[in-house]
Design a protein around this ligand. Sequence first.
Ligand code: HEC
Length: 122
Amino acid sequence: MKKYIFGFLVSGTFFFSGCYYDVESELYPKDPNQTCDTLNIGYQARIEPIVKNNCVTCHSGSGASGNVSLDSYQGVKDATISRNLYGAISHTSSKPMPQDGNKLPDCDIIAIKKWIDSGHPQ
Ligand code: HEC
């Protein structure tokens, strides 16, 4: 949460400092590796917000799409093990997710990959 507030303050500073600094490439760096935090990839801090914002509308409760529940740590973990969640979000499986939506940002896909590879830290 602190990070979001900090990010907000930083963008606010850019905004109010006038046109000179309003350069698109500074506000939105093109290289995702420059800003992609791959160290802090715990479930609660990094993974849950991605899933909440992009997946749970379809993947929660008893009628969860594809019988894949993504509204808990265990559910998301299980989906990465038995339901090819990474293939779905990286669009390398036959069921690209989010269904009918835009592919997740590269940094989110990288974070989920790291989370899986590091043994699903809480
Ligand atoms: C608009 C609704 C919708 C959204 C949003 C959505 N899904 Fe799905 N998802 C589905 C449906 C429907 C299926 C079942 C598709 C099928 O079996 O053909 C599915 C299936 C899946 C599967 C099983 C794939 C397999 O190979 O069996 C996974 C994993 C999955 N979704 C993950 C996600 C993730 C992660 C997100 C968010 C990034 C997401 N979904 C967002 C509707 C959605």
